[in-house]
Ligand binder design. Structure first.
Ligand code: 4NP
Length: 157
């Protein structure tokens, strides 16, 4: 099985790079090797930049290295280059739906739909808040990553 997954937030410097790094590491640890993983932002403000320093630091404390990632903006080609495009919140999901080409193969949804247990529908934007916001992002992203890995295993790996 080969699955291509794109994680999307607004700036591609906080939530979606966290999802990319966490999911990549957990999928590898779970033995899911045939997975293409990437992340992008609906906005282009931070294109080419490394993730936010607070994001990199919080992730590193949990053993995820995000330092090599660089921000990019979602483009129309992504809708045929990925099987799943998973948004961190409703606003970015709506933006994705508004630019999705008619012939798109990708299935769009919210990443937290894969989380198991009592979690919110959205990963809150931590950019303008304090350190706790970055911990919350990691908690939610770890939970949804494990749920998504279980779902992918269910369809055969
Ligand atoms: P992200 O967070 O969408 O999780 O990467 C943000 C990053 C930057 C901005 C907003 C949210 N910004 O306004 O520049």
């Amino acid at each position: 099985m080969s699955v291509r997954i794109l994680f999307v937030c607004l700036g591609n410097i906080c939530r979606s790079p966290t999802a990319e790094g966490v999911f990549r590491q957990r999928a590898a640890a779970a033995g899911l090797s045939l997975v293409k993983i990437d992340s992008a932002g609906t906005a282009g403000w931070h294109v080419g930049k490394a993730p936010d320093a607070r994001t990199v630091k919080a992730a590193a404390r949990r053993g995820y290295d995000l330092s090599m990632l660089r921000a990019r903006q979602v483009g129309v080609d992504d809708f045929n280059a990925f099987d799943f495009i998973l948004a961190m919140d409703e606003q970015n999901l709506a933006e994705l739906r508004s630019i999705q080409p008619a012939q798109s193969v990708a299935e769009l949804g919210l990443f937290l739909e894969y989380a198991e247990g009592p979690v919110p529908r959205e990963v809150p934007d931590p950019y303008y808040g304090g350190d706790q916001g970055f911990q919350t992002v990691l908690d939610l992203v770890e939970s949804a990553s494990d749920g998504l890995i279980r779902r992918l295993r269910g369809v055969g790996s």
